[in-house]
Ligand binder design. Structure first.
Ligand SMILES: NC(=O)c1ccc[n+]([C@@H]2O[C@H](COP(=O)([O-])OP(=O)(O)OC[C@H]3O[C@@H](n4cnc5c(N)ncnc54)[C@H](O)[C@@H]3O)[C@@H](O)[C@H]2O)c1
Length: 348
């Protein structure tokens, strides 16, 4: 694979779909700090207006923002018409694995409907660069405790959510083969943490689907106790093993992806740390670094969960010139800082 670091982004306007969401908002901060002009779009189905203020508090800049649903093609077209968008980072999607098992149509409709409309706009407005939020769930059930490489076969995700990511990659690959569209798929493992300032972080509406915000909310007294879903998995301590990565490291990888151009029709990169940590280990680390005792118990397995997933990240390191810069302890401390900040400032 040949690559060159290029200044291929002519306009600095980058459309960030789902830009008030967890990973989107941190990526917006990173884009602003590197001189880009993010155009944020979100329907607030899983985020809120409050995040825009937090982005301004960190960067000193008010972003252009559009409130609307990507499944509304005319709304999406209107955003493209108003700007000279040179690249898109597409975060907007529903993401709760267990919910997708209960409501598959909801997930296929939103995650694929939004993508198809976006692709129509990319074609009409001749935008070639798209960085797509994919997921390690596309690897399905891992057969060993070895790290997952991008070459591993995909195609058997364990939930409708995972299938939406797999199908989205397939759609993008098919279109890229016959056009100038150049998608980059970033397969995230488990992003967590918050901005180091403590002024921006994950803001789940209702009970969190990800473990760290559940932990911080339990420690803050918002939730009575944490349920660890399953302690009979085929892992050393019986709880699921995941590859937890600081959200700002994930954010940086998006900007690196925008800055690179590849000769190939599409590229895939795993984003993780390369190290697996069990849910129980994460809970114990939280207790150690914050000196807070956590109320938790073991419950039944969640539908759609698999034993262990962690990444081989050598490809992203080599070709994106990207490295993780923060530890799991940093992520825990930043998330805890954010939890306390948002309670103090009544951010919801
Ligand atoms: N957080 C994770 O652990 C994780 C892991 C792997 C992949 N991903 C993927 O990364 C992306 C971002 O994840 P996140 O954790 O920031 O999620 P998030 O829910 O915090 O952010 C997604 C944002 O998209 C918005 N959105 C959803 N559907 C929309 C629509 N039709 N139109 C407009 N806005 C819409 C939501 O309101 C939300 O603000 C998602 O595509 C997710 O599937 C996340």
């Amino acid at each position: 694979m040949e690559l060159s670091l290029s200044q291929m982004i002519e306009s600095k306007e980058i459309l960030v779909t789902g830009g008030t969401g967890f990973i989107g908002s941190h990526t917006v901060v990173e884009l602003i700090e590197l001189g880009y002009e993010p155009i944020i779009l979100d329907n607030w189905s899983n985020s809120s207006q409050a995040i825009l203020k937090q982005i301004s508090a960190i960067t000193g800049k008010d972003c252009v923002f559009y409130h609307g649903d990507m499944r509304d093609l005319e709304f999406l077209r209107s955003v493209f018409k108003k700007h000279s968008i040179s690249g898109v980072i597409h975060f907007a999607a529903f993401k709760a694995v267990a919910e997708s098992v209960e409501k598959p149509l909801h997930y296929y409709d939103n995650n694929l409907g939004a993508l198809l409309n976006l692709l129509k706009c990319l074609e009409e407005f001749e935008v070639n660069k798209i960085v797509f939020s994919s997921s390690c769930t596309v690897y399905g059930v891992a057969n060993s405790l070895d790290p997952l490489t991008e070459e591993m076969p995909v195609g058997k995700p364990n939930s409708p959510y995972g299938w939406t990511k797999w199908m989205a990659e397939q759609i993008l690959m098919d279109i890229a083969k016959g056009t100038s569209l150049r998608p980059i798929f970033l397969r995230y493992f488990n992003p967590m943490g918050a901005h180091v300032s403590g002024k921006l972080g994950e803001l789940p509406l209702g009970p969190p689907n990800n473990v760290l915000p559940y932990i911080t909310q339990t420690a803050a007294g918002i939730r009575k106790e944490l349920t660890i879903f399953g302690n009979d998995y085929d892992t050393p301590d019986g709880t699921c093993v995941r590859d937890y990565i600081h959200v700002m490291d994930v954010a940086k990888a998006h900007v690196k992806s925008l800055m690179h151009s590849f000769e190939s029709a599409f590229e895939v990169f795993n984003l993780g740390t390369g190290k697996g940590t069990s849910v129980l280990e994460l809970v114990q680390l939280f207790e150690q670094v914050t000196s807070k005792k956590l109320n938790y118990h073991f419950g039944a397995r969640r539908p759609g969960d698999v034993d262990a997933l962690y990444a081989d990240v050598s490809k992203a390191k080599k070709f994106l010139n990207w490295n993780t810069e923060r530890t799991i302890e940093d992520a825990i401390l930043d998330a805890w800082k954010w939890e306390q900040y948002r309670l103090e400032h009544e951010i919801s």
